[in-house]
Design a protein. Structure first.
Length: 114
């Protein structure tokens, strides 16, 4: 498989979209095609995921400022791996807390209805 075939194969597997906060800067035609709320299989998001990642990576600016590009990429790659692992680890707690909130909400709703 040559490079062009590999790139085309990867492109065919991706859903392209613009971030929520940036979507409204695009034309209506573009929004109808690339807005995350319209895209199939993207799901509902608050649109702040990238902002949280950039905020986390901003802590590395002063440490990596004078590094060579390859070293900077190594550090940032490790930082992204770390935040990814942390998010995966915290996912169980997040789902559990969300489940508890749903139960509490349903109990309150039952009392309101009665």
């Amino acid at each position: 498989m040559n490079n062009n075939n590999a790139i085309n194969f990867i492109k065919s597997k991706l859903n392209w979209s613009v971030s929520i906060f940036h979507a409204y800067a695009h034309s209506v035609k573009c929004q109808l095609k690339y807005h995350p709320r319209i895209q199939k299989d993207i799901g509902l998001t608050d649109g702040e995921s990238l902002e949280r990642i950039w905020s986390y990576l901003g802590k590395f600016v002063s440490n990596t400022k004078y590094m060579r590009p390859a070293h900077r990429l190594d550090i940032l790659s490790l930082a992204i791996q770390h935040i990814s692992n942390r998010m995966i680890t915290d996912l169980g707690n997040f789902i559990y807390k969300l489940f508890i909130l749903i139960i509490i909400f349903n109990i309150k709703l039952i009392f309101i209805i009665k």
